[in-house]
Ligand binder design. Structure first.
Ligand code: MG
Ligand code: ZN
Length: 224
């Protein structure tokens, strides 16, 4: 019985997620759902990316947090349009929250939208938002066992970023072991090992991102 209720809630969420996706597609916005543990570097990845993207790729950001607008203020200080969702205790974003947030962004001027999910490797994986791609950010201080412990999250990733590569040695992080765990649940998602702090490895990630933008071309009639 409980299972059925959960299924119904998810499908109501999925309906709104589909509406969000349709809206984004109509105006040619590529949306990326950024998921990770707290402190892995979601905001850092968004900022490091923003600093290196060609200027014509206009960014927008939706910041999801339990409380505070710390990350939203940092993003805004880089002159990036941002809207904050405070979930008030909920440990994940859902599609209706994104629907509301989309109303608050100048979407006509956005080409690439990052949605920073609540820091959590569990239930964000269960809620469709309407984004086109899911990036999961792991980081060296968390340890190399995360794909084994949180298979649901890593299974749904379209791309995995391993951040804080400058600290691999400090934390005895075994990248091969991490990648074997990832491949047990996900054979296709590319893995980018990088450091948002030093910039090491960011070029490969940016190349992948620009390829995704090419694949999700802006509709010709949405250019105005
Ligand atoms: Mg953050
Ligand atoms: Zn949750």
């Amino acid at each position: 019985m409980q299972l059925e209720v959960k299924k119904q809630i998810l499908s109501a969420n999925d309906q709104v997620a589909a509406q969000n996706r349709a809206r984004l597609d109509t105006i040619g916005v590529l949306a990326i759902n950024v998921m990770a543990s707290p402190g892995a570097g979601k905001t850092s990845l968004i900022l490091a990316t923003a600093d290196r993207l060609p200027r014509e790729v206009r960014l927008g950001v939706i910041e999801g947090d339990l409380a505070s607008r710390i990350d939203a203020d940092i993003i805004a200080s880089h002159n990036i349009p941002v809207t904050q969702i405070n979930t008030g205790g909920s440990c994940h974003l859902d599609a209706p929250m994104i629907q509301t947030a989309l109303d608050q962004l100048p979407l006509q001027n956005v080409r690439l939208l990052f949605i920073e999910n609540v820091g959590n490797l569990v239930c964000p994986a269960e809620f469709e938002l309407g984004a086109h791609l899911d990036v999961v950010v792991a980081s060296t201080p968390e340890g190399h066992d995360k794909p084994y412990k949180y298979p649901g999250m890593f299974a749904r990733a379209d791309v995995v970023v391993l951040n804080k590569s400058d600290l691999l040695d400090v934390f005895d992080f075994d990248v091969a072991y991490f990648e074997r765990g990832l491949r047990m649940v996900n054979s296709v998602a590319p893995l980018f090992v990088l450091s948002c702090r030093t910039g090491q490895g960011l070029d490969a990630w940016l190349g992948w991102l620009l390829d995704q933008l090419d694949c999700h071309a802006k509709p010709a009639d949405a250019s105005s």
